[in-house]
Design a protein around this ligand. Structure first.
Ligand code: ZN
Length: 201
């Protein structure tokens, strides 16, 4: 599967002049929710991700996603793996299980996101699960922005990566975009203005 082409076809891989959450500028941006707009396509992506996880011999009881961004990817991955799906939600400073969701001591959990940037939300989700006694056996995401090292990927983890080095990350592809500070951004120098994409756009 050509994952980049799947994102392009879904208009999830945008080209332009973007202001990222980090304050840097980039000519490309992943609008991850768009690739999950069509459930049939989402299922193809998570089937491929589930195959990577199975091929690595990872045994899993449950997929847990950080809400809101990870919920659809997590739900579809759980379907592909044939396991149950839960999600954690933001609370002050971290995340927590609500809505009657429970995990058992020793339960093997994969934390799933639509996209892993530095892995901050995924780490908070893992902490919320582990404090209840479950074991995080892997992280998973459809896309990896290249800050963290994925199984089979060529990029090493960068200092910004917040995921633990001893737990594997499974992603379909790395999307490593060139980023510029506003001062050195070539698109700004040409006179264009960076737009802020993201979940509110
Ligand atoms: Zn710029």
């Amino acid at each position: 599967m050509n994952v980049e082409q799947v994102y392009k076809d879904a208009n999830a891989l945008l080209e332009g002049h973007f202001l990222l959450a980090s304050g840097n500028h980039s000519a490309r941006y992943l609008q991850s929710a768009k690739v999950l707009e069509y459930p049939q396509k989402a299922a193809e992506l998570t089937d491929a991700l589930a195959k990577m996880i199975r091929d690595a011999g990872i045994e899993v009881d449950t997929v847990c996603a950080p809400a809101l961004g990870g919920v659809l990817a997590g739900y579809e991955l759980a379907r592909s793996l044939g396991v149950r799906s839960i999600f954690v939600e933001k609370k002050e400073g971290g995340m927590e299980l609500r809505r009657g969701f429970e995990v058992s001591p020793g339960e093997r959990v994969i934390i799933c996101e639509d996209i892993i940037t530095t892995g901050g939300s995924a780490l908070k989700a893992a902490q919320a699960i582990e404090v209840l006694g479950a074991k995080v056996v892997a992280f998973a995401s459809l896309a990896n922005r290249g800050f963290c090292k994925r199984v089979g990927g060529e990029n090493e983890a960068k200092p910004e990566c917040k995921l633990p080095a001893d737990v594997p990350l499974f992603s379909l592809a790395d999307f490593t975009f060139k980023m510029y500070t506003p001062e050195e951004c070539p698109m700004c120098k040409e006179g264009s203005t960076a737009v802020k994409p993201g979940s509110k756009g």
